[in-house]
Design a protein around this ligand. Structure first.
Ligand code: GLY
Length: 364
């Protein structure tokens, strides 16, 4: 079991622990009781996770509350909207939740973001415990306090920064994760290796086969390393005014691809192609050397992650989408580029013509 603390400031009550292990959940009940954050807890999850793990979780938390309430909404990104958030809040009221209650977000990124959003707004804020069940949520979205729902105009456009009280990362959830979901998380782990940690990059390269076979020792190592990187970045820049923006490496083009595909493309798939694009842009703008760019592109391939833009996605639509990206400032589209492996920076001056060329190249 690995434990680390996200140290946010001197106010002890805003810092929290991340617990990582193959049986992290076994400790959840006792740690919740010790934490004393709420008198009663409610589990927020989706239909999919509830069917798979509902009874195990209920059992796990029986010592905290034998009648713990579970609220499950339909699985999928389509549910991540204000209407679902209102329905969850209404159900919470129906089940008797009050200001001394706490929420447990059990699921992938959609559940974590939506439950976190409800927790941060219901009765002006309840404590939230994150129990991420996908690799992507374990290494990224459950840590750092970003909560949100989508609007028809784009993803995550309404939300808050609201840190959880604790994050339990139980690696046994990864055993049953569908391959596409697993690849989603691997893309985010690779991102940490590229922007921050050369030894993680090498570990991914040397251990790609064992990771793809979901070797638990390897997984524990790369998940722990990723969480350490994410927590360090969040500690430095909780509200994404500076270094936290580096976590958006691959996300500028990635978000455009997701939107243009009508969200048929998974987030990690889009980010993986987006990382290939950002690497090419860095090379073409003479920041990144050819061999370093090739080592990134080659590791994307070795990990079996996508690196080509599907032909059916219109280049014009991708470029139009970039112009309304949430990360733009004024008319400038901000890209996270690389000066070398482990040295990212924000660049708002990438010529549109070059972006168009790289998009065409990745379709080739
Ligand atoms: N997923 C990027 C962040 O939490 O900042």
């Amino acid at each position: 079991m690995n434990r680390m603390k996200v140290d946010l400031d001197r106010r002890h009550d805003r810092s929290y622990e991340i617990v990582i292990g193959q049986d992290a959940l076994d400790r959840a009940g006792i740690m919740l009781t010790q934490g004393g954050w709420a008198r009663r807890y409610f589990i927020i999850t989706d239909s999919h996770v509830s069917a798979l793990y509902g009874s195990r979780i209920r059992e796990q938390f029986s010592a905290v509350d034998p009648n713990i309430g579970i609220i499950a909404f339909p699985a999928g990104e389509e549910s991540k909207n204000i209407h679902t958030a209102i329905r969850v809040a209404e159900e919470l009221l129906g089940l008797g939740a009050d200001r001394e209650s706490g929420l447990i977000a059990l699921g992938g990124g959609v559940v974590g973001d939506l439950a976190g959003f409800v927790a941060s707004t219901f009765m002006r804020g309840l404590p939230c415990i994150q129990i991420p069940t996908t690799l992507l949520a374990q290494v990224d979205s459950s840590i750092g306090g970003k909560t949100a729902v989508d609007l028809p105009m784009g993803k995550n456009l309404v939300g808050t920064f609201s840190q959880p009280k604790m994050v339990f990362i139980d690696l046994s959830f990864l055993e049953t994760l569908p391959p596409r979901e697993f690849a989603n998380g691997l893309a985010e782990i690779l991102k940490y290796g590229i922007i921050d940690d050369l030894s993680l990059f090498q570990e991914l390269r040397d251990g790609a086969g064992r990771l793809q076979q979901r070797d638990m020792e390897r997984l524990e190592s790369v998940v722990t390393c990723s969480c350490r990187i994410k927590k360090r970045i969040v500690e430095m820049d909780e509200n994404e005014k500076g270094v936290r923006r580096f976590l958006n490496f691959g996300h500028t083009i990635g978000h455009a691809l997701e939107a243009v595909s009508g969200y048929a493309m998974a987030h990690g798939e889009a980010v993986s192609i987006g990382m290939a694009a950002a690497t090419r842009l860095s090379e073409r703008m003479n920041y990144l050397s050819g061999p370093e760019a090739e080592s990134v592109l080659s590791l994307i391939r070795t990990l079996g992650l996508p690196h080509r833009i599907p032909q059916e996605l219109s280049s014009d639509s991708i470029l139009a989408c970039l112009r309304v990206d949430k990360k733009r400032s004024g008319d400038r589209v901000n890209f996270i580029l690389l000066k070398s492996l482990g040295v990212p920076f924000v660049n708002g001056g990438v010529p549109q013509a070059l972006v168009a060329e790289v998009v065409e190249e990745l379709k080739g």
